[in-house]
Design a binder for this molecule. Structure first.
Ligand SMILES: [Zn+2]
Length: 418
């Protein structure tokens, strides 16, 4: 008999937004026949994938008929040139794991993973024994990875092979639609085998760099741990957009290692989400439950950080540090925080009490672009020095410290001692 399932492997990126989030669409489950709609094309027959290499150009429509355990990573495309390869893989309720990374996705390759089973399944890699960066997926500059539906993508880092991106390192594009990323603990990897020393573990969940793009829609990123960017680390002109999604938990610790002179040097402790020279967009989303030793649940480092929040919350996070931010920490000039709709940056703390948005440098600006009347945004300034913090006042803004108040200053608003 025919059971129709609905939906979605997107072949065309532009269609991705319209795609149904539950993953694989209408499916035909007659024995030995596995079909999905792909975009406008109905009943495309998928074939069983036995884990063998995928090398030639073209489109592959594949599904699993049993748990897949690979003994090494899958290399999709070519490190030195651009390929034209699209792979639509339905996990069909089965687990996909690897003794190494799951896959490296090179330029021109798109890997779409879905799961048409009612039961959540797992994709888990163990990192690369030779290149200690991403745990489960590496996505090159022109590569693309999309994960749809009831799939938990995670990593087994017990061998400590992973330093950047516990689950994925993304220089190209990654979309998470209705799926979960469960981060892991990534540590600094000491210099060995002639490879460059890494400064600190970066991105217990996902590391986005080199102008990469991460989209999290109707999804969850949770549970990562690292020196910086416990869950997500976004640097180098990259963009991270989350919509109808949550980022929960996240542990950022200080790490102490010998410096070049052999003396102990401590760094890290910053950001469930760490942003540097990049853009972070939150729509109808929440970041909560992070605990950091240093700077805030959302750490905006260096210049040119832009954070746009619409109908979103950064709540119930804490820094155990006495003076660094608990909710958000803005480290350098030129940062812009754009707020619209109902915003709550509230109930975040540091070691001294309330700490929601900490302006560490007075050059950044908070913009009220139409916040609702019931919004709440706590603000403080490092060491309570006055600085422009908002380009107009808003009933939503309040001073985190009773010793301070918002005052008019050169056409904008500043926090000053009472
Ligand atoms: Zn399927």
């Amino acid at each position: 008999m025919k059971k129709r399932i609905s939906v979605l492997l997107a072949v065309v990126m532009l269609l991705a937004v319209a795609m149904v989030i539950t993953g694989c669409g209408e499916t035909n489950t007659e024995p030995k026949v596995h079909k999905h709609d792909i975009g406008e094309t109905k009943d495309v027959e998928f074939t069983v994938w036995d884990g063998s290499a995928i090398t030639g150009e073209g489109t592959y429509n594949l599904y699993l008929d049993k748990d897949m355990k690979m003994d090494k990573k899958l290399v999709l495309g070519d490190m030195m040139s651009t390929s034209d390869i699209t792979i639509n893989l339905c996990l069909n309720g089965y687990k996909w794991e690897s003794e190494g990374r799951i896959a490296d996705i090179y330029d021109g390759v798109t890997l779409n993973i879905c799961n048409c089973s009612e039961t959540e399944t797992t994709v888990v890699g163990k990192g690369d024994p030779y290149i200690k960066r991403a745990g489960t997926f590496y996505v090159n500059l022109e590569g693309e990875l999309n994960v749809y539906g009831k799939i938990n993508v995670t990593c087994d880092n017990t061998a400590e092979r992973v330093a950047y991106g516990g689950v994925a390192e993304v220089m190209g594009k990654m979309g998470i639609y209705g799926a979960t990323v469960t981060g892991v603990d990534v540590k600094r990897i000491p210099k060995e085998n002639g490879q460059a020393d890494t400064t600190t573990g970066q991105g217990g969940g996902i590391c986005v760099n080199s102008g990469g793009e991460l989209i999290l829609k109707d999804g969850l990123i949770t549970g990562g741990s690292s020196a910086v960017g416990a869950n997500v680390f976004v640097v180098g002109g990259s963009t991270f957009t989350m919509e109808n999604s949550k980022i929960t938990g996240g542990l950022c610790k200080f790490y102490t290692y010998p410096n070049q002179n052999g003396e102990p040097s401590t760094s890290g402790g910053n950001g469930s989400v760490f942003i540097e020279e990049s853009t972070f967009i939150m729509k109808n989303s929440e970041i909560s439950g992070a605990e950091v030793a240093g700077k805030a649940a959302v750490m905006c480092n260096k210049a040119n950080c832009v954070v746009e929040m619409t109908d979103s919350k950064i709540i119930n996070n804490k820094s155990t540090h006495a003076t660094f931010g608990g909710g958000m920490h803005w480290a350098k000039d030129d940062g812009v925080l754009k707020l619209s709709g109902k915003i709550e940056i509230d109930n975040n703390t540091n070691g001294s009490g309330k700490s929601n948005v900490l302006i560490y440098s007075p050059g950044m600006v908070i913009q009220d672009l139409g916040m609702s009347a019931d919004s709440k945004v706590g603000i403080s300034v490092f060491e309570n020095t006055a600085g422009k913090v908002a380009d107009k006042n808003s009933a939503a803004f309040y001073a985190d410290s009773d010793a301070c108040k918002l005052v008019e200053d050169n056409g904008g608003w500043a926090l000053a001692k009472k």
